[in-house]
Every structure is written in C-alpha cells, then in structure tokens.
Design a protein around this ligand. Structure first.
Ligand code: N01
Length: 572
C-alpha cells in the first residue's frame, strides 16, 4: 500500500459523530489504524482509549522487570522509513518505559493524539442495521456513531485475578501485573508473595527479589525459560540495524513468527547427539526466543521436542543449588514452547538467594488468603504484598467485556458461547463493518505482535478503501467462510504440539468456565499473510458485500479462502 501521508483533511464531525470509523484502543494497533484511515484514506476517525495515554499493553503493564521478549530491532513499525531511521533502541530487549516512549514518539510524530479520547472506556457497541451504523457507548455515558467499528483492544488486556477465597480480607496490598500502579511499588523491607510463573512472573521475580525482604513464589505449573542475554546495544550493532532496515523487514514479514531470525531447516534427528547438544549450547549462550528455532520440528514432533526439554531441565538443575527446589522447578509436564516460552534475566538463579522461597502449589494448593498472608498446604506464608502474575482472559476477554450487539440483536457473547468464531480473525458473521485486530483465529500471540498488527491494519485499510471505491456499504463474512476458517484454524493447531497442553491460556484453560478452544492461528504469519492477500485479490472472497444485514446467511459472491494460496511451516 502507499507509504505516505496525504494531509489529513479537516473532516471533523461533532463530538459524537457520525464518524467514518471508531477505533477502540490506542496501543500499537489502534495508533497505526488511525494513521492509515485518517492520513491515507482521509476518513474521519475517533479513537477511544481507556488509559490516560497511548500504549495499550505498554501503558498498563508497568510491573518490575517488564520488557519485551522480541528483539528491539524487530519490535516496532516498519511502514515509515523516516520513523525507522530516527528511532534507535538502547537494549537488545526494550524495557516498558522505552517502548512507551517509542509509542508516544509515534503518536506525536504523526499527530495522532488530537483524534484520541483518553480516559474513555467503551462499554457497549450496538449495530443499527437500517442506518448501517455502529453506536458506541462509553462508561461516562457518551454516545458516538460510525460506519466502521474497529476493535484494537489487544489480546492481553483483560487481567485475570483468580477468585481465591479471603482476598478481600488481606491486610496488605495486592496488585495484578497488568494493572500496575503508575507510581510503582516499593518492596523494600516487605514480604512479597508472587502467584504465577508465566512470562510475566519470570520477568518480575528476579527484580522483586532484589529489593524485597523476602519473596515467596507460588508455582502451579513449572515452566521452561531460556536466558534473554539482555544488554545495551553497542554502536556496531546499531549501525548494522541502520543499514539493514529493508532486510530486517523482509525477514520478519516472511518468517512464521515475525521474528528477525529464520527457523533452521534441519530436524532434531538430522544431527548426532553431540551436534545437537552443541547447537542447544550455542542457542542457550546466544539467548532469547531464537532457541526454539534451533530445529524446525520442535513444535510438531514430540520426540524432537523432548531433546530441547531435556536440555533445559538439565540447565535448571545445574543452576539451582538446592536440589529439592530445582526438582520442583524442573518438573515440567508440557512440551517446550507448546505454551508461550518465557525468556529471562536470572530467573532460575533467583532461587539461589537466601530471601527467596519456592512453594509448589500444585502439590499443596492455595487454600485461602487471610489477613496476614496466603495459606497453602495447611501452612500460612506471612506476606505484606501479593503480586498476581496470573495472566489474562486472553484474546476473547477484551472483546467480550464490551457489550457488543450485532444484527438482529445477536450479541458477541451469544455468537461465541462455544468459543470464538471468525473469518481470518478479522470479522465475525452477524457483525457487519466490525473488524477485530489480532483477533482470535489470527496468528496474533504466536507472532511478534507489531508485525501481525501492521499486516492487519494495512489489510483492513485496503479493504475499506476498496469498499468505498466500489460503492459497497457493508461487509461481513459468509457463514460458510467462517465455518471453513474455524476448521482450518483447528487443523493448523492440530498439526502442532500446542493444543496438547491442557493448562494453556491459548486454549482459554486459565479462566474457569471459558470454552476450551485453541484461539490463535498456528499456520504461521507468512502463510496467513498470503491467504489474506489472496482473499483480497479475489474480490474479498468469503465475504458478503453490500445488501442488508444478516447477509452472512447468504453465500459469498466468491468462495472462501484458499489455504493452498500459501504453504508454510507452522507458525510456532
Ligand atoms: O500470564 P500466563 P503472563 N492459582 O497466563 C498462574 C505475554 N507477555 O502474564 O500455568 C495459581 O502465561 C499460571 O499457572 P498455570 C506473553 O504472550 C509478553 O505471565 O495456569 N496460579 C501461570 O503460571 C505471555 O504468554 C511479554 O497453571 C495461577 C501464571 O499464573 C502472556 O503475556 C512479557 C492461577 C500466568 O501465566 C501472558 O503471560 C510478559 C491460580 N488461580 C508476558 N491462575 C513480552 O515479551 C493463573 N496462575 C512482551
């Protein structure tokens, strides 16, 4: 698509609209969507954002140690050469404050903030079929209207605080990592309990342990982690990046995960045991998510995966000095990287500190919270602060907490009662002119997110431009296109080890009562991109264009997606 900015015409509707588009969320996706629709297509757009500033995930997740697991030179927008050339990251993995500075820089550079309403939480959205409009309501009671509703609410923005009896009686303070106080939390001299050992908990524990009097980590599911090997970027690497923006962009756009490295062609048993060990050692030393790219069959062949799993477990046992603690940390029951693989800065080493205790709550579950702490396995752990690193109601949570009502009063909750059903992760049948960015059924969390986001935003922008150019006033997927996309998403997942982990948030298993459906598309970002391009090139195949609402019941003018449009390895 065209790279640059036509000047934004001053098409500013009154406060409530009608707008051409309302975008919900001002994180990575909402910001770029605003830029594309307003500055490239000349549309009137309002962005509604619950936070007091831009950033989305990076606005809320300010917990100690919060940083990105993607390498900084791949973590950002690639659409603007000027932006690429003027921004320089300082560390291999950017820390939360630096990412927030980057997103503010983007918002200021493209003059985005004037079209964003901050401190504005969207509570409801209702379709008016006759007027072909969406009516949106905010918690402050404002009402706004637009032709297109674009949900850029993020995949991991609905905090999951487990319902542990007695939390309300706790005499100390408690925090969820995804809703961290902006003024920070002083752990000095405090007895801190941390529940959760996912990517977040693994980042937070080493930092909390450095200032707390004592840290007790409550571990339900043991987890793999590979050293991040973070550090400041040297002048030479920065120059290397400056000279290779095009090359880096090409790599991230053509790999299954959107990361700046290729997955090895070899399989785990193509090499001898000694060679395999040397490959893992080198990857461990290099650090980062690239470890899982060591062999191309790690996520599809359990025997291959077992070799990586055994290597990491051995490392855990070598790092952690107390044998009993090491055994609890290394008692990992799922294949490596079949849940999101964390990377860390001294996580396992943290358990060698005198002020850190590990509690195995799988063996001795948490019973309740009392004023003085947490009771697990019949023992009370005295605490001043509890940190919930317990994750999110991922992917569907941020969408379903908005009361969305489509055609004929169909609510998104009803439509997704048995789990999310989308076409390409971009649209839902019965909800014309509503788009989801990084929605369920798209690669989303299996991909370096800014890469997925750019693809989605540009596809939606091109789609809206095409609709307008062709005088088509509404678009929604045909029922059969949704049916076949859901089947393809399941098929792509089933070709991997990912759905074999019963306690994975990819399946919604971390939220009691949530339907167990594998939510992200595991067919790979590159393959997904090719499918979306093919759908657009065939006149938006699988979508019903124009006509009246409830068009989804009618067949699409042109069939659905063609999985054969692209082949590719799995996206994990
Ligand atoms: O959340 P998680 P997260 N009692 O759901 C445990 C992204 N991210 O915030 O596995 C006791 O992974 C739960 O145990 P179990 C990344 O995509 C990105 O860590 O359900 N424990 C688990 O240990 C990541 O995957 C970056 O048995 C309970 C932990 O809490 C996603 O965010 C950095 C419990 C939750 O782990 C979410 O990661 C950090 C209960 N009732 C995160 N409920 C970047 O790089 C849950 N747990 C940008």
């Amino acid at each position: 698509m065209a790279n640059d900015a036509a000047p934004s015409p001053d098409r500013r509707p009154a406060d409530g609209g009608p707008f051409d588009a309302i975008v919900v969320g001002a994180g990575f996706s909402g910001l770029y969507q605003l830029h594309c629709l307003r500055d490239r297509l000349g549309l009137s757009v309002r962005v509604l954002e619950a936070g007091s500033g831009v950033g989305g995930t990076w606005y809320w997740n300010r917990y100690p140690g919060a940083r990105c697991d993607s390498e900084s030179h791949s973590y950002g927008y690639f659409f603007s050469r000027e932006l690429l050339e003027e921004w320089e990251w300082t560390e291999r993995y950017p820390e939360q404050p630096e990412i927030l500075r980057y997103l503010n820089h983007v918002a200021d550079r493209f003059d985005l903030k004037r079209d964003i309403s901050f401190d504005t939480r969207v509570t409801a959205a209702r379709r008016d079929a006759a007027a072909n409009r969406w009516h949106v309501e905010t918690s402050a009671g404002e009402r706004l209207t637009a032709t297109y509703l674009i949900l850029a609410v993020g995949c991991l923005s609905s905090a999951n605080v487990p319902k542990i009896p007695g939390l309300e009686t706790f005499a100390g303070a408690w925090y969820h990592t995804g809703e961290w106080p902006h003024e920070g939390v002083d752990f000095t001299g405090k007895r801190v309990g941390q529940i959760g050992t996912g990517s977040t908990g693994i980042q937070a524990a080493p930092v909390i342990a450095r200032s707390a009097a004592h840290l007790t980590v409550f571990q339900r599911t043991p987890n793999y982690s590979v050293p991040a090997r973070n550090g400041p970027l040297g002048a030479e690497f920065k120059r290397w990046v400056r000279e290779r923006h095009d090359e880096i962009r090409d790599v991230v756009r053509t790999t299954p995960n959107g990361h700046p490295f290729r997955i090895a062609e070899r399989k785990a048993f193509d090499v001898t045991d000694e060679e395999r060990r040397a490959i893992y050692e080198a990857a461990w030393e290099k650090g980062g998510l690239q470890f899982r790219a060591s062999f191309r069959d790690l996520l599809v062949d359990k025997r291959a995966n077992d070799t990586a799993a055994a290597f990491i477990k051995e490392k855990i046992r070598a790092i952690v000095k107390d044998k009993a603690t090491a055994a609890v940390l290394a008692a990992i029951d799922h294949p490596y990287a079949a849940k999101r693989p964390p990377i860390d800065s001294g996580y396992f080493e943290t358990f060698n500190r005198d002020n850190v205790t590990l509690v195995d709550i799988r063996a001795r579950p948490i019973e309740r919270i009392v004023p003085g702490g947490i009771v697990a396995g019949g023992r009370e752990y005295p605490l001043d602060i509890i940190v919930f690193a317990t994750g999110f109601d991922a992917m569907t949570g941020p969408l379903l907490r908005i009361a969305i009502e489509g055609s004929d009063g169909l609510t998104l909750k009803e439509a997704w009662r048995a789990g999310p059903r989308t076409y390409l992760g971009l649209q839902v049948a019965g909800f014309p002119n509503m788009f989801t960015l990084t929605g369920p059924g798209s690669p989303s969390v299996l991909c370096n997110l800014p890469v997925a986001i750019e693809q989605h935003v540009e596809w939606i922008t091109d789609c809206i431009a095409w609709l307008r150019a062709n005088g088509v006033d509404r678009i929604e997927p045909a029922a059969e296109a949704v049916e076949s996309w859901v089947a393809h998403v399941n098929e792509a997942a089933a070709a991997t080890l990912l759905p074999t982990v019963p306690h994975s948030w990819y399946l919604g298993a971390n939220v009691p009562g949530k339907p167990r459906v594998f939510m992200p598309y595991a067919g790979g970002m590159a393959r997904y991109r090719a499918i979306c391009e093919d759908v657009a090139a065939r006149g938006y195949a699988g979508f019903v264009l124009g006509g009246s609402d409830r068009a989804a019941a009618r067949p699409a003018r042109v069939g659905g997606f063609a999985a054969a449009a692209a082949s590719g390895s799995v996206g994990v």
